[in-house]
Design a protein around this ligand. Structure first.
Ligand SMILES: NC(=O)c1ccc[n+]([C@@H]2O[C@H](COP(=O)([O-])OP(=O)(O)OC[C@H]3O[C@@H](n4cnc5c(N)ncnc54)[C@H](O)[C@@H]3O)[C@@H](O)[C@H]2O)c1
Length: 254
C-alpha cells in the first residue's frame, strides 16, 4: 500500500538535463518507478547512455536532443508527450565569478539556461497538463546556493532564487487545477558539474563541503533523484510550493 504511492506506471515524464548527473539519475529512477520517460538534453551521446540504462531497466525511453534555450524546440518536444504527468526541469550550468568581475553576458547566459530554460519548460508542461486536465507534478531544480549564498555565486544563485520564486508562484496559480509544483535544492552533489568546478577553481570544494556537512559526505546523484521521485509521485500528494533539500544537513533553514 505504502509503495503504490511511488508507482508511476502508465504515467509520462519529461526530464531535462537527462544526459548526466542528477538529471540522468532522476530519469532512470522515474523509469524504474514505471513512467515512460522523455529524456531531453543538448548532449546526444549522454542521452544515448541514459536511454541504454533505462532500457536495461525494462523501460522504453524517448530522447530529445535540444538546447533548453531554444524555446520553440523545447515546446515541440514537451508537446510531443501528448499527455504529461511529470516535468523534472533539471538542466543547468554552473558559473562562478566575483560580483565586480561579472559581465552582463555571463548573467544573461546563466539566466537563459538556469531560469528561462526552466520557466519555458514549466509553461509548456503546465499548458499541456491544463489542456488534458492532468493532475500533474512539476519539479524544478534549485540549489543550496539559495540558502547559503557564497563567493562567486551571483549569477548562479540569482538564477536559482528565480527558480524558487517561479516554483512558488506557479504552485499558487495551478494548484486549484490539481497541479503541484515543488523545487529540489540539493547541497554539493558529485557530478560532472562539481568536478568541473573544482578543476577550474583549483580548490577542493568537495573536501570542504564534506567537512561542513553533518552527515560527513557530499551527495550522489541518486540522493537527489529520490527527492525528485518523491515529489513526482503521489507520495507527495499534499506538497506544493515547497523546497525539498537533500543536502546532508549542510543548511537547515526554517
Ligand atoms: N551537482 C551539484 O552539487 C548541484 C547542487 C545543486 C543544484 N544542482 C543543479 O542540478 C542540475 C543538474 O546538475 P548536475 O550537477 O547533474 O550537472 P551535470 O553537468 O552533470 O548535468 C547537467 C546537464 O544539463 C545539461 N545542460 C546544460 N545546459 C543545457 C542546455 N542549455 N540545454 C540542454 N541541456 C543542458 C548538460 O548537458 C548536462 O547533461 C543543475 O540545474 C544544477 O544547477 C547541482
Amino acid at each position: 500500500m505504502a509503495l503504490t504511492a511511488y508507482d508511476l506506471s502508465g504515467r509520462t515524464a519529461f526530464v531535462t538535463g537527462a544526459a548526466s548527473g542528477i538529471g540522468r539519475a532522476s530519469a532512470v529512477l522515474l523509469a524504474e518507478a514505471g513512467a515512460t520517460v522523455h529524456c531531453a538534453d543538448r548532449d546526444a551521446d549522454g542521452l544515448d547512455g541514459t536511454a541504454a540504462l533505462i532500457e536495461d531497466a525494462g523501460g522504453k525511453p524517448r530522447t530529445h536532443v535540444l538546447d533548453v534555450t531554444d524555446r520553440a524546440r523545447l515546446g515541440e518536444a514537451v508537446r510531443s508527450c501528448g499527455r504529461l504527468d511529470v516535468l523534472a526541469a533539471i538542466a543547468g550550468i554552473m558559473h562562478s565569478s566575483p560580483v565586480l568581475e561579472t559581465r552582463d553576458e555571463d548573467l544573461d547566459q546563466v539566466l537563459d539556461v538556469n531560469f528561462k530554460g526552466v520557466l519555458h519548460a514549466c509553461q509548456e508542461a503546465a499548458r499541456l497538463m491544463l489542456a488534458h486536465r492532468t493532475r500533474g507534478s512539476i519539479v524544478t531544480m534549485a540549489s543550496g546556493a539559495v540558502d547559503t549564498g557564497g563567493a562567486g555565486l551571483l549569477c548562479y544563485g540569482a538564477a536559482k532564487a528565480a527558480v524558487v520564486q517561479l516554483t512558488k508562484t506557479l504552485a499558487t496559480e495551478v494548484g486549484p487545477h490539481g497541479i503541484r509544483v515543488n523545487a529540489v535544492a540539493p547541497g554539493w552533489i558529485r557530478t560532472h558539474m562539481t568536478d568541473r568546478h573544482d578543476r577550474e577553481a583549483q580548490v577542493h570544494t568537495e573536501a570542504a563541503m564534506t567537512r561542513m556537512t553533518p552527515l560527513g559526505r557530499v551527495g550522489e546523484p541518486d540522493d537527489v533523484a529520490h527527492a525528485v521521485l518523491y515529489l513526482a509521485s503521489d507520495a507527495s500528494a499534499f506538497m506544493t510550493g515547497q523546497i525539498l533539500r537533500p543536502n546532508g544537513g549542510v543548511a537547515m533553514p526554517w
